[in-house]
Design a protein around this ligand. Structure first.
Ligand code: PLP
Length: 419
């Protein structure tokens, strides 16, 4: 996280002190670094520069309009999974021809909106979905480009909840059915241009092997189809590149890119990438304020004002996030503690069994690191807790990019009925 560094014992995002932002805007607070976002995007662009792929930022990981806009300004397209994400992409004027749309459950209204927006590809995940896209395109008098999302049945060696390309997962279409779609069914889809293959094998992947195995299967399919007269013009290799949360060994980005490029070097096609976590994950932190410090007969707890409703990854995936004091003081003893929130669940923790300095006290700030991806977007109002505010830092300035929910927002859509 090169954009979050200590200067004179205070943690900074770029050139702004996190304590100063929290003093002004309160906590819980997500803070993102502009430079963090664009440097990871550009690292990926650079690694794949020989083939100039279309890099579609995966909106689901951090869908704040300002974050998406920063990436769109760098040339990113958008990978979307819902009508809501399409609405966001349109709101910041991402051209339809840079939008790709995956999801196992696209509704007719969402398909219609996508076609009307002129999106580049639907990544179709079942035969009935292909039928519905075809029918909708016919109704609108359009020919729609579609990629078949294949399920290559590979082990991604990541958390089981974010493994997406084993045959027992709900995602994609098995290779045999995919072949049948291109070679036989396609003739009945008069309003589809079935010219793409898509895959996304999982998230937080730190080894090249699963990517390489999936690539091999995709290339084999593309070659077979080409021999039978079906030309695939686009290969979308999805996202999945892992980041360092703790002490993991990072994926070698250049080796990953080289193996992808090598696999397709003799095939005339355009590559599409859908990175999410890799771009935003280490570009953000979540700030929490200490409410109480509590020692029970068997455990030590630091209770903060930030909870599982703000960052669900520890509770949901047993995910590890580093937690560090925002202002460092003298070196002293460390104690082993759990950092927990106020929500009424024992799964409400941000970190367990961590060693933190014994000088921490009420009102001190902690930074939960690597919270830029799958953070705010997965937050909720559980326990009627207002969702956090979000801030974007660029150099020595910071910008509020989402206001904290008010209590009014909590009940804004509710109707007290007179029963
Ligand atoms: N593409 C698709 C279809 C996805 O489902 C996801 C994540 O679930 C992504 C891309 C982004 O994945 P990651 O954040 O691991 O890059």
């Amino acid at each position: 996280m090169q954009d979050f560094k200590f200067k004179r014992n205070k943690l900074f995002c770029e050139q702004v002190s996190l304590q100063a932002i929290a003093d002004k805007l309160g906590t819980p607070l997500f803070v993102y670094s502009y430079n963090g976002l664009i440097s990871s995007f550009n690292a990926l662009k650079q690694a794949f520069s020989r083939v100039s792929p279309l890099i579609c930022y995966s909106v689901k990981v951090n869908s704040n309009l300002s974050v998406c806009r920063v990436l769109a300004q760098q040339g990113a397209g958008m990978d979307i999974v819902s009508g809501g994400e399409l609405f966001r992409a349109k709101k910041i004027k991402v051209p339809g021809k840079k939008i790709v749309y995956s999801s196992v459950g696209k509704t007719e209204a969402e398909i219609e909106a996508g076609i009307k927006a002129g999106i580049l590809f639907f990544n179709a995940e079942s035969v009935p979905e292909l039928e519905l896209i075809n029918k909708t395109a016919f109704k609108l008098g359009k020919i729609q480009k579609v990629a078949v999302r294949i399920n290559p049945d590979v082990e991604a060696y990541t958390h089981r909840y974010i493994t997406t390309a084993k045959k027992q997962n709900k995602f994609g279409i098995d290779l045999m059915t995919s072949r049948y779609i291109f070679l036989t069914l396609s003739s009945k889809f008069k309003n589809l241009d079935l010219c793409g293959i898509h895959m996304h094998i999982g998230s937080q992947i730190l080894k090249n092997i699963p990517f390489a195995q999936a690539m091999e299967k995709a290339v084999k399919l593309i070659t077979e189809l080409s021999e039978k007269g079906v030309k695939i013009t686009h290969l979308n290799i999805g996202g999945g590149i892992g980041i360092v949360y703790n002490q993991e060994k990072a994926l070698d980005l250049c080796a990953y890119a080289s193996s992808v490029i090598k696999a397709v070097e003799n095939i005339d096609l355009k590559l599409i990438l859908e990175p999410g976590r890799f771009i935003a994950g280490n570009a953000g932190v979540l700030l929490a304020k200490i409410l109480y410090i509590k020692q029970t007969p068997v455990k030590h707890f630091i209770i903060v004002d930030t909870a599982m409703n703000d960052l669900i990854r520890p509770a949901f995936y047993q995910a590890y996030h580093q937690v560090i004091p925002v202002c460092m003081r003298k070196k002293t003893e460390l104690y082993k503690t759990d950092i927990v929130g106020p929500v009424c669940e024992s799964s409400d923790f941000l970190a367990k069994d961590r060693f933190l300095p014994d000088w921490l006290k009420q009102n001190d700030l902690l930074a939960v690191m690597s919270a830029g991806a799958y953070g705010f977007v997965m937050s909720s109002n559980y326990n009627s807790r207002p969702r956090a505010a979000e801030v974007l830092v660029k150099a020595d300035k910071y910008y509020l990019i989402r206001k904290r929910d008010s209590f009014g927002d909590l009940v804004g859509n509710e109707i007290v009925c007179n029963v």
